[in-house]
Design a protein around this ligand. Structure first.
Ligand code: 2PG
Ligand code: MG
Length: 404
């Protein structure tokens, strides 16, 4: 028996300087753990509300008045029971009463406290059947930030180094090197600009989408030659963010759906992209399916905004062939149980999963445990910055603990 003895919730700031929440869960045995919840900027309309209408103050007040009293005494090892209480107290479809970030912080901190009590790391507490900790995720490293994660860059939100080494030491080294090489390449091309970094630690420079892709491709090739690692370019278009009135609006032109499918397919072929996320608007299952049919044999095509980690959306996408992979963000659904429902569906339906950070992060490493414990194909994260490195370094610690 490991019943919940007390829970504290507090506000803190995320990496963008916006308020978010953390929860400390203590079990009756004395074991305790703390977890903070991140926040997105290019949020999906299909994800739960991070906070109630009154923001963090209302989230904290509601948690203290209603959520915490309902959870005291609940068996912590029964994660489904804990998460059911969160849903019952909330009573809405999208956590708009208690806020998905309060739910996320409590749900994750509870599993971590169970781990404390049983001397197991979080990944073992949540491990899916057959996951033994010997298969590490690839790294999806966001190296250039644009779209809504930066000011002044091109429309495509993320320019990514996708490192597919079995050993996470090699994958992390690869994405870090690509990030560094991009800095040098931008400086060579634009020697007089002051180079900046965006919300996820990637470079921001006045480049077109194609110029950014050229730099990314060259940096990946150079890192491959230098380190002998499997690292390839990828992008997250987050296309919903520049889809307006039925058209994809780029600086120099606008495209209809067929045009966008053709353009993205051409980008994948021309730049040999091996990772592609949200190529179409979040409402468009079929357009993304057309892209997946065209490039999915060689490229991991990932749905993020189109699914919002929501099981019903993922089921629809699976039926339509919308993607061959699903981005998994715990706070898009608000609980570990909901996350695992989606993960388990993906695992039994041949869809890869990618465990992802958010653009506004907390400097914690629990995402690495989610990636390892769910048998994720990849861990998606920024490459530099304390809150990003916290995840990559935690993955390296896990490897050391498991393999010596
Ligand atoms: C995304 C994420 C993380 P946000 O679109 O994949 O990179 O962004 O957290 O802003 O939703
Ligand atoms: Mg995305």
């Amino acid at each position: 028996m490991s019943r919940i003895g007390s829970i504290e919730v507090e506000s803190l700031y995320d990496s963008r300087g916006r308020a978010t929440v953390e929860a400390t869960v203590a079990l009756e045995s004395g074991a305790r753990s703390r977890a903070g919840a991140p926040s997105g900027a290019s949020t999906s309309v299909h994800e739960v509300r991070a906070f109630p209408a009154g923001g963090v103050p209302e989230a904290l007040a509601t948690a203290r008045a209603h959520v915490i009293p309902a959870l005291i005494g609940v068996e912590a090892t029964d994660q489904a029971a804990v998460d059911r209480v969160l849903h019952e107290v909330d009573g809405t479809r999208d956590f708009s009463r208690i806020g998905g970030n309060v739910a996320t912080a409590i749900s994750v901190a509870t599993a971590m406290a169970v781990g404390e009590e049983t001397h197991r790391p979080l990944w073992r507490v949540i491990a899916r059947p057959g996951v033994d900790g010997h298969s590490f995720p690839a790294i999806v490293g966001n190296c250039m930030n644009d779209g809504v994660h930066a000011i002044g860059g091109p429309e495509i939100q993320e320019f990514i180094a996708y490192a597919e080494e079995k050993d996470p030491r090699r994958s992390v080294a690869a994405v870090v090197r690509v990030h560094g090489l991009i800095r040098e390449a931008i400086h060579r091309r634009l020697p007089t600009i002051a180079l900046g970094r965006g919300d996820e630690g990637g470079w921001v420079a006045p480049l077109s989408n194609e110029q950014a892709l050229e730099i990314l491709v060259e940096a990946c090739a150079a890192a491959r030659d230098e380190l002998h690692v499997a690292v390839n370019p990828g992008i997250d278009l987050a296309a919903s963010e520049f889809f307006e009135d039925g058209r994809y609006r780029y600086r120099d032109r606008s495209l209809d759906t067929d045009g966008q499918v053709a353009y993205v397919t051409e980008l994948v072929d021309r730049y040999r992209l091996r990772f592609l996320e949200d190529p179409l608007d979040e409402g468009d299952f079929d357009g993304s399916a057309a892209v997946t049919r065209a490039v999915g044999a060689k490229t991991i095509v990932v749905g993020d905004d189109v699914y919002g980690t929501d099981i019903r959306r993922v089921q629809e996408g699976a039926a339509k062939g919308t993607s061959n992979a699903v981005l998994i963000k715990v706070n898009q659904v608000g609980t570990l149980t909901d996350t695992m429902t989606t993960v388990d569906f993906c695992r039994s339906h041949g869809l890869a999963t990618v465990s992802s950070h958010r653009s506004g992060e907390v400097p914690e490493g629990w995402l690495a445990h989610v990636a390892l414990g769910t048998g994720a194909r990849a861990l998606k994260c920024g490459v530099v910055g304390g809150e990003r490195m916290a995840k990559l370094n935690e993955l390296l610690r896990l490897r050391r603990a498991l393999e010596g």
